[in-house]
Write a protein that binds this ligand. Structure first.
Ligand code: HEC
Length: 121
């Protein structure tokens, strides 16, 4: 009984984090980063691919991406070619926690496959 309650609450927490990450991503990032198409910025599919190869561990991926988005900088960029092509991403002044939820959602989402959030955009 104790165990099943624990699992249930872990599961609910997981749902909340990924749902808010999805909403935050679709509300704040997809104006520039289309999911699979590069328009005014690289597609999120491409950004995710680069981050996954540089930071395959989930915790590193989340840490590095949320840190970079909080303070975009040419020196810490892993996508120099994208800066040359589109210019440096503007600083959007988001809370660290919000950026961590968004980065977690990006880590978990294969944008080339059917996933949640499509109806929001
Ligand atoms: C106003 C347009 C704009 C918005 C909004 C935007 N981005 Fe970007 N982003 C860019 C552009 C342009 C680049 C490519 C140049 C660069 O890397 O700085 C980029 C690059 C990136 C990179 C690659 C970093 C690197 O190593 O160079 C990440 C990660 C990223 N964006 C995440 C996000 C996330 C997460 C959000 C939503 C919270 C977001 N972006 C919202 C324009 C935007």
């Amino acid at each position: 009984m104790k165990f099943s309650l624990l699992y249930l609450s872990v599961f609910i927490n997981f749902l909340n984090a990924s749902q808010s990450g999805s909403l935050l991503f679709h509300g704040n990032c997809t104006t520039c980063h289309f999911e699979t198409k590069a328009v005014s910025a690289p597609s999120m599919m491409e950004v995710r691919k680069r981050y996954l190869s540089a930071f395959p561990e989930k915790k590193d991926f989340i840490k590095q991406m949320s840190q970079w988005v909080q303070k975009p900088s040419e020196t810490t960029s892993i996508m120099q070619d994208a800066i040359d092509k589109y210019e440096l991403m503007p600083n959007l002044a988001f809370e660290k926690e919000v950026l961590r939820d968004i980065a977690e959602y990006i880590y978990e989402t294969d944008f080339t496959k059917q996933h949640d959030g499509h109806s929001l955009k």
